[in-house]
Design a protein around this ligand. Sequence first.
Ligand SMILES: NC(=O)c1ccc[n+]([C@@H]2O[C@H](COP(=O)([O-])OP(=O)(O)OC[C@H]3O[C@@H](n4cnc5c(N)ncnc54)[C@H](OP(=O)(O)O)[C@@H]3O)[C@@H](O)[C@H]2O)c1
Length: 270
Amino acid sequence: MAHIFVTGADGQLARALREVTGGWDFLSKADLDITSRGEVEDFFARTQPDVVINCAAFTDVDRAETEREAAVAVNCDGVRNLAQAAAKSRAAVIHISTDYVFGGDTMRPYIETDTPAPVNFYGHSKLAGERAFFESGCRGAVVRTSWLWSDDGTGFVAAIRRKAAREGEIRVVADQVGTPTEAHSLARGLVRMVGEGFGIVNLLANSEAGLFHFCDGPVMSRAEWARRIVADAGLDCRVAEVSSTEFPTPARRPAFSALDNSKYRGMYGE
Ligand SMILES: NC(=O)c1ccc[n+]([C@@H]2O[C@H](COP(=O)([O-])OP(=O)(O)OC[C@H]3O[C@@H](n4cnc5c(N)ncnc54)[C@H](OP(=O)(O)O)[C@@H]3O)[C@@H](O)[C@H]2O)c1
């Protein structure tokens, strides 16, 4: 049986993976700090993994603007450490990346061959991580996802529910458009990639073959998403559409970052 490890075990995606998998091993930051090259090399030598799913990341988009070294250490150097160690062994890595590598300069969902142009430092650090991954020559894939959410009381969904339960009207930006992706849905998608595609994962080695977009869709603005969250929760609250300029944040967000997941669906199904 393949020996499969997941890094970043305490994060949103890894927690969902834990719920949908059996027999995989989960590594918290305390178990494996991916920024430590020595720890990563020692881990590969000791455990001889078949597949590592990298869910570890610096994901605070606003903090990344001011904590640039920390963001690069995890999102780029950490990915390089994993990928280079994997390249020297027989392991494959599936690394998770983001829609925020794109600049929002289109109105159709991004495909894998579109040119990235990040508008914030988080996006730059994640793009650098993708490039380090493909430069390493390791086997595996990069899976970009977007607007990840789960029903675990954290993130955008929980924030909207909390606010809508308290207030008769909430104001949500309408000029950020993307594709929400439920964490368990992505987790099941990754299981399909590893399960059905263990041989395929072993073959993928470059940015053309090994890059996938995964999202649930449909394409919607943050305000439209909020409206759905409010309706699904059975709350009586109006969602007023506002512009991002009304909610200034340290990091810019792309106006449009929806992903097209046709390539993934073509290879691995719905
Ligand atoms: N959340 C989204 O909306 C979204 C959208 C698109 C793509 N993504 C991508 O999806 C992936 C999973 O995101 P997520 O929402 O699950 O993120 P998350 O909840 O922030 O989890 C990331 C995990 O990585 C851990 N970590 C940080 N530095 C580490 C290190 N040096 N070594 C090992 N672990 C480390 C964090 O631990 P600490 O908390 O203790 O630092 C945290 O448990 C990431 O690659 C992210 O870029 C997320």
